[in-house]
Design a binder for this molecule. Sequence first.
Ligand code: MLT
Length: 259
Amino acid sequence: MRLAHTDQGSGPVVVLLHGFPLSRAMWSEQIKALSGSRRVIAPDLRGHGESPAPDGVYTMESMADDVVELLDGLGINGPVALGGLSMGGYVTLALALKYPDRVRGVMLLDTRSEGDSAEAAEGREKSARAVLEAGHPGSVVEAMVPKLFAEATIKEKPDLVASFRTLMEKTPAQGVAGALRGMAVRPDQTGRLGEIRVPSLVVVGEHDVITPPEGGRRMAEALPAGRFEIIPGAGHLSPCENPEAVNAVILKFLSGLSG
Ligand code: MLT
């Protein structure tokens, strides 16, 4: 799988994995802020953005394999700083656990280590079917928009919210269904967090209702070298809602990594 990606800047490599059903476009503020001193690689995960959207179930592990294949193709074989938001965080965990030699720092933004409950997995399957039947992701986008942002963002930044709605609507139905089905079968990684020994940063928007701050705090405590940061005034899309604060915590974290 050849992933479309942005490759900007030079220096130590930072890889950023977007959430569902978004694309690398969500990292625009981080790419700007980090690429002055780092090489930032931001792929479109399979089924999203400009990457291919094959049939099937996109397991978090298969998406992690795609990312490693991309890095191999770019000749990046050493360990990188790897970060992901929400679904990108599930993929980050899968990659850090499967390929521990490829990460030297892990950033988990607005995400969780637990798998889906049976009820949540059932809901995902229903949504996947509805999207495939309709041929577009409209129903999933409508359900997600109100939950993605803090109330203040919805009121004060309507253009930002509208631009994310448009971004999500562009995700092909096949890609949305593949990712929903992959998230539904992802394993609970909570018991394995202790295996991630590299420095780890957990970031959560203060008003995130999809992956609330308490869960992020627990994850940071379970990570052997975990640090926890709450982003004021932000919901689930903290890097987009409050990029200044997120960029500051990321830069501080990266400056503490060797290399
Ligand atoms: C995301 O933002 O990637 C999704 O909310 C993740 C999920 O549905 O579990």
